[in-house]
Ligand binder design. Structure first.
Ligand SMILES: *[C@@H]1O[C@H](CO)[C@@H](O)[C@H](O)[C@H]1NC(C)=O
Ligand SMILES: *[C@@H]1O[C@H](CO)[C@@H](O)[C@H](O)[C@H]1NC(C)=O
Ligand SMILES: *[C@@H]1O[C@H](CO)[C@@H](O)[C@H](O)[C@H]1NC(C)=O
Length: 534
């Protein structure tokens, strides 16, 4: 009898041991991730030559990690083009590294070489390609001008080089020769280090589907995004947006970006929820892009406390901003108030527009007599337009810089900052800054901190920013606060994306959107010609 009880206890304690170990698995532990900031070759060779050059760059970066990574991510549209397409299987049992006798898809050699690299360095690998789908062009829709179906596609290889996930971009952005899938896809994959990832592409991050579907619907905590993102001031520069998105979704985010600063494109990083950036890069000081692999040890659980001393904080030296930036197009519609540049000022202010009210409490002081920027508080509720027929309902409020006292100069880089960076004597020190925002609740919304420091266009880190959120009956109350004085603020705001709230009133005519596309193509062309002349 005693023996039985003892054995029973043994079994019981064994059971507890197992549960404890299992519970620990998800909450402890790290994986090593790499994201590439990558400058694609876009001129000076045939399409095939450009592809070869890009591939060589990929292989070199993969090798530079010496097999230390669990996963490496490359950006959107930095490898092949619509004239060097490849087929992409949905998944394969075997490595794509070697051709199989029963292969029925036209897999391009470059994709096989990447599969071999994943195997050689024993790492998961995510790349984005232009894919030629096997099916014929359905006659009823004008599927690209190429006559077959082309997708903008993420491919994921496991450590053997087998394809374990494929995602075709849903929210296309000015991609006239690329097709959408009929339905949005939710792409996820599991790894041998116990992280389940969801992945999508660039512009997708501004919409509910598939990005929020993955996080809210499927409970994904590790997210990958491949990007070629054009930064916009004051709220949507690349790293700022990535960090805010990961922060509010409380997920790990691996963001790999194309590097083409002369075209406004840069921004990569690895973020762990509200623990901020673990690695990040914005090419702000140079006009030529880079090829660099950013590495970080990522907690499996983004809520798992990391050592505070690990927080990265870039220097606050003045750095010139050469990156070409877009400007928020609706600034004239904001309700704003300009801060007087008087030493030792303090103010409490409540500003409302439509259904959004925000309370600001601020103390500030210009350091010298001629501040490099003026500052405004602003509140805006409206629908913003991206190119094409894409819209989001936005509610936002915050503080941002303007380069003159004209509202339309907000979100423009000042001459001084473009040339030398903001000198110490022209800065404004904020010693207290608190925003209390009362945002209406909607089933689909994502309210994020949107912060920016002028020295490298990075968001504030957890040691600099306090953020709390309370759900009341019909309101989400956000409190956002500066934790320590800051003298290089460009943006300090609460940015609410209400996605498709007004979807039905937002639509414009085809003519309007076609004009937008034409204009964009024209500008791109001019930009390229400009580059050649330079
Ligand atoms: C890879 O090895 C090279 C040469 O030993 C070294 O310089 C480099 O720092 C290593 N990289 C990593 C990520 O460990
Ligand atoms: C992942 O979890 C399994 C069981 O759930 C465990 O056996 C394994 O050691 C874990 N792997 C890592 C890398 O934590
Ligand atoms: C929220 O609810 C309160 C009381 O229930 C009401 O007075 C207020 O008008 C509501 N606000 C909005 C924005 O619907």
């Amino acid at each position: 009898m005693a023996g039985f009880q003892l054995r029973f206890l043994w079994i019981l304690s064994g059971f507890f041991l197992v549960t404890v170990v299992l519970a620990n698995d998800g909450s402890d532990g790290f994986y090593t991730a790499g994201v590439a900031e990558f400058r694609p070759e876009i001129m000076g060779g045939s399409s095939q030559q450009l592809l070869e050059t890009n591939l060589a760059g990929y292989l070199e970066l993969i090798a530079s990690a010496n097999g230390t990574t669990d996963i490496i991510v490359f950006p959107e549209a930095a490898l092949n083009s619509v004239v060097t397409l490849t087929a992409v299987p949905e998944s394969t049992k075997l490595s794509l590294c070697e051709e199989q006798p029963d292969d029925d898809l036209e897999i391009a050699p470059f994709l096989r070489k990447l599969a071999c690299a994943a195997r050689e360095h024993s790492t998961y690998l995510v790349v984005n390609v232009k894919e030629r789908a096997p099916e014929n062009c359905p006659s009823d829709i004008s599927c690209t001008n190429l006559g077959y179906v082309v997708h903008n596609t993420n491919v994921v290889f496991d450590r053997q080089g087998a394809v374990i996930s494929r995602y075709r971009k849903w929210n296309l952005y000015l991609e006239p020769s690329t097709d959408r899938t009929e339905e949005p896809e939710l792409a996820t994959f599991q790894t041998d280090f116990n992280a389940t990832f969801g992945h999508f592409i660039c512009f997708d991050m501004l919409f509910y589907t598939p990005a929020q579907d993955l996080v809210e619907g499927l409970g994904i905590r590790n997210v990958i995004v491949t990007k070629m993102f054009n930064s916009e001031l004051p709220f949507l520069t690349a790293s700022q947006f990535q960090q805010g998105w990961a922060w509010s979704n409380r997920v790990n985010l691996l963001a790999s970006g194309g590097s083409f600063p002369q075209g406004g494109i840069s921004g990569s990083g690895i973020y762990a929820g509200q623990q901020g950036a673990l690695a990040r890069l914005m090419m702000t000081e140079e006009t030529v892009g880079q090829r660099r692999l950013l590495l970080a040890k990522v907690p499996l659980n983004p809520e798992q406390d990391m050592d505070d001393s690990d927080e990265i904080l870039e220097t606050e030296d003045p750095t010139p901003i050469k990156l070409k930036l877009l400007q928020q197009p609706e600034l004239k519609k904001f309700t704003t108030w300009e801060l007087p540049m008087i030493k030792g000022s303090s103010v409490e202010k409540r500003i409302c527009q439509e259904d959004l009210c925000c309370e600001f409490r601020i103390s500030w002081s210009p350091v010298g007599t001629k501040p490099g920027y003026s500052y405004r508080l602003g509140v805006w509720v409206g629908v913003r337009r991206y190119e094409e027929e894409q819209y989001s309902a936005i509610r936002l409020c915050g503080l941002f810089t303007c380069s003159s006292s004209d509202v339309e100069s907000c979100g423009l880089i000042s001459e001084e900052q473009r040339e030398t960076g903001l000198l110490a004597e022209n800065q404004v020190v904020f010693t207290e800054l608190q925003i209390l925002g009362e945002f209406v609740r909607r089933p689909r919304s994502l309210i994020t901190p949107s912060t920016l420091s002028s020295s490298h266009l990075y968001a504030l880190q957890p040691s600099q920013l306090a953020w709390s959120m309370e759900e009341l009956d019909n309101l989400t109350q956000i409190k956002m606060e500066l934790r320590q004085p800051h003298s290089q603020l460009m943006t300090f705001a609460i940015y609410g994306n209400y996605f498709d709230e007004y979807a039905n009133d937002g639509a414009t005519t085809m003519e309007g959107s076609r004009m937008g596309t034409l204009l964009f193509l024209l500008i791109t062309l001019l930009m390229m010609m400009h580059l050649i002349w330079e």
